[in-house]
Design a binder for this molecule. Structure first.
Ligand code: FAD
Length: 292
């Protein structure tokens, strides 16, 4: 056995206040566990540094999706299954619903949570490009109170986040302002199911009178953190999508990313695929995304 259960302590306080109190009383000692789909992989490999775990799976506040007039608020412990099955998420935030549908297999989707995907901070995490293009905002909670952090500033470096040792992600807010956009997402992995992304794109766009009015592009697995392609977006906005400009767009995509060689892929392949995915999005946007 690579990990002995008797070396670990698991508590299940069942309410948020008790969880944040434990986190505050012994900073960096307690590790929250939601669905456990990342934590248990480390545990069974004998690589889990923490010996004290707090269960947050059974805290009802973290499991709700609240629909407000201007945004939806997703509890951090909502599962991929809950996201996929939610009417407003599917209709207004299809990039997130799609990412949920291809995260692991069904068993994984029944346990894995959005908060866990964010806190685990993998650059290959599938929900994160969608959170970037939807301008997600995180609510972090501790005994000191709560604070709002734009998701785009949360992942600060490879596997590093803005979360303090005594904080928990409570919810993820998405403004309800993108339902008129054309959306497109692609995950490229070794196979269709149960594969970690080699490259993952989430994209939104709007065309009016033949001109790109808005373009929002984000990629996963091509840099130490998921990236928004701001320069490429600026190249597109205010212009028509023309065959002659696609090469400049491809080049811009490749300039904005920092892919690496690893066991799943090479930097060269990732660059080429990232450019292809954006080019594919533009083709579809130009054919199907015209709103007037
Ligand atoms: C077979 C398999 C396939 C997978 N496939 C994919 C895939 O295709 N795409 C993908 O992106 N991921 C995949 N994963 C990874 C994993 O399922 C996701 O990252 C999942 O979202 C993690 O959520 P969880 O609730 O299980 O996290 P946990 O394992 O419970 O926690 C993960 C980390 O997040 C922290 N954490 C959890 N919730 C909070 C919170 N509210 N506040 C602060 N910290 C918190 C924990 O302390 C821990 O450090 C896969 C995993 C497995 C085992």
């Amino acid at each position: 056995m690579r990990a002995d259960p008797s070396d670990y302590k698991l508590v299940s306080p069942g309410n948020l206040q008790a969880v944040v109190s434990l986190l505050a009383n012994e900073p960096a000692q307690w590790l929250p566990i939601a669905g456990g789909t990342d934590v248990m992989v480390l545990y069974s490999a004998g690589k889990l540094p923490n010996r004290k775990l707090i269960n947050i799976w059974n805290i009802s506040e973290l499991r709700q999706i609240e629909v407000l007039p201007d945004r939806i608020r997703i509890g951090a412990a909502c599962t991929y299954t809950a996201l996929r099955g939610h009417e407003i998420v599917s209709r207004e935030f299809p990039l997130l619903a799609m990412a949920a549908s291809w995260t692991g297999g069904i068993a994984n989707q029944n346990r894995g949570t959005l908060g866990g995907n964010i806190a685990n901070a993998s650059p290959a995490a599938d929900s994160l490009p969608a959170l970037l293009v939807y301008d997600a905002e995180l609510t972090l909670i501790s005994v000191r109170g709560e604070r709002q952090v734009p998701y785009r500033t949360f992942h600060t470096a490879y596997k590093k986040t803005a979360l303090a040792a005594d904080e928990l992600i409570r919810d993820i807010s998405l403004p309800r302002k993108f339902s008129g956009h054309f959306s497109h997402t692609r995950k490229v992995g070794a196979r269709n199911a149960q594969a970690i992304s080699k490259v993952c794109l989430a994209a939104l766009g709007q065309i009016l009178d033949g001109v790109v009015r808005d373009a929002r592009l984000a990629l996963g697995s091509v840099a130490p953190v998921p990236v928004r392609l701001k320069e490429t977006e600026q190249l597109l906005i205010g212009n028509k999508i023309e065959r002659s400009s696609i090469n400049a767009v491809r080049e811009s995509v490749m300039n904005e990313i920092r892919p690496i060689d690893d066991i799943r892929s090479t930097a060269r392949y990732r660059s080429a695929v990232a450019a292809n995915l954006v080019a594919e999005f533009l083709e579809k946007l130009s054919a199907e995304g015209t709103s007037a």
